[in-house]
Design a protein around this ligand. Structure first.
Ligand code: 5GP
Length: 204
């Protein structure tokens, strides 16, 4: 059996990453979300162990000291970390993973697991992102300005990713995302072990 592939997905806040990833995960078989650890407050619609494992700062620090994280980062003042054992167990089980993390985390995962596939989801333009964040009507202007400043820094790093997906229209973006996953799954290194036995004496 082949090893699982890590699809690391980053996007600035307001890009629709979560909606897109949920849709892709529903449509494509053998694609699983990792559940990160975080010190941020649980939101009303979130369930511990589903969106995140919600832990105290003390517990998070213990986990850092124990080497439990493949990467961890401070995002908007809260700590987030990806469990190293979860990645290793899932990979060995041949399960492909969607790892939704910020740009710092993506870089760290790529360094640790160079065969990871880095996907960046971007809005059609910076203006569209501003309109989307303002249109939510949930955040104060200074919060929106802060998010836009962070978004600009994140967008500047998109050139370091393997794939760029524009999220203008959800269905189109979902199709593009699926194409990336399919192409990566068809890489010779992933397919060859299964094909080899069908060509005995021909493929060594
Ligand atoms: P939120 O708190 O809105 O769910 O996520 C805030 C940001 O933290 C998002 O950019 C999300 O991708 C990022 N994030 C979530 N989990 C992790 C993680 O385990 N590691 C890193 N580095 N970032 C994460």
């Amino acid at each position: 059996m082949r090893q699982g592939i890590f699809f690391v997905v980053s996007a600035p806040s307001g890009t629709g990453k979560t909606t897109l990833c949920r849709l892709v995960q529903q449509r494509i078989e053998n694609l699983h979300f990792t559940v990160s650890y975080t010190t941020r407050e649980r939101r009303a619609n979130e369930v511990d162990g589903r969106e995140y494992h919600f832990v105290s700062r003390e517990r998070f620090e213990e986990m850092i000291a124990a080497g439990d994280f493949a990467e961890h980062a401070n995002v908007y003042g809260n700590w987030y970390g990806t469990s190293l054992s979860e990645l290793e167990v899932q990979r060995r089980a041949g399960r492909d993973l969607l790892i939704e993390i910020d740009v710092q985390g993506a870089r760290a995962i790529k360094e640790r697991f160079p065969e990871s596939v880095l996907i960046f989801i971007h809005p059609p333009s910076f203006e569209v992102l501003r309109e989307r964040l303002e249109g939510r009507g949930t955040d104060q202007p200074e919060v929106i300005e802060r998010r836009l400043r962070v978004a600009a820094e994140e967008l500047a790093l998109m050139s370091t990713y393997d794939y760029l997906i524009e999220n203008q229209e959800l269905e189109t973006a979902c199709g593009d995302f699926g194409a990336v996953i399919q192409a990566e799954r068809l890489r010779v290194g992933h397919v060859l072990p299964a094909v080899r036995e069908r060509f005995p004496g021909i493929l060594s």
